[in-house]
Write a protein that binds this ligand. Structure first.
Ligand code: ZN
Length: 160
């Protein structure tokens, strides 16, 4: 998730900033080093607490704003072969050159429930329901993706 790397980058730059300030104080007033070290420790805890809070809020925000998908699109070898509403009740066997996968959409969630691929990783990926989530069956070159209205609007805006 790009949010996490942003938080990490922020952590690094804030840390660097604090380091430089401390360094400056230490050079200027070496007799105050002990006091500064104690202050620094306290400051570190405040910093860590603050960053944890930011990370938590980012995670909550991501969860709230990554919106529920509205449709499920199935691609085989990059070609779209089917599209269903996530609200529909679907039980379809998708035949590919390499084998078949059974797609089930129920209660707003999509999943592969059966497949004749050797690894069955697609089945283990479980249910998906949020925009951008995918199930991939590599042996069958099959991708199932949840798409949403927000995403389409964004694409439209870019196209215009
Ligand atoms: Zn599979």
């Amino acid at each position: 998730m790009s949010e996490i790397s942003t938080v990490l980058q922020l952590t690094c730059s804030i840390k660097l900033f604090y380091h430089n300030t401390d360094l400056w104080y230490n050079i200027k007033r070496p007799e105050m080093q002990d006091e500064m070290n104690m202050k620094k420790q306290k400051k570190d805890w405040i910093l860590i607490g603050g960053l944890l809070a930011i990370a938590l809020l980012t995670a909550i925000g991501f969860w709230l704003f990554s919106d529920r998908g509205t449709q499920v699109t199935v691609y085989v070898d990059g070609e779209e072969v089917g599209r269903w509403s996530l609200e529909a009740s679907v039980d379809e066997v998708i035949q590919t050159e390499a084998g078949s996968n059974r797609l089930v959409i129920k209660d707003g969630k999509a999943a592969i429930t059966e497949a004749d691929c050797p690894d069955e990783i697609c089945i283990k990926q479980g249910q998906i329901s949020r925009t951008g989530q995918t199930i991939v069956c590599l042996p069958h070159k099959l991708v199932i993706e949840v798409e949403g209205k927000a995403e389409e609007n964004e694409l439209d805006a870019i196209a215009k």
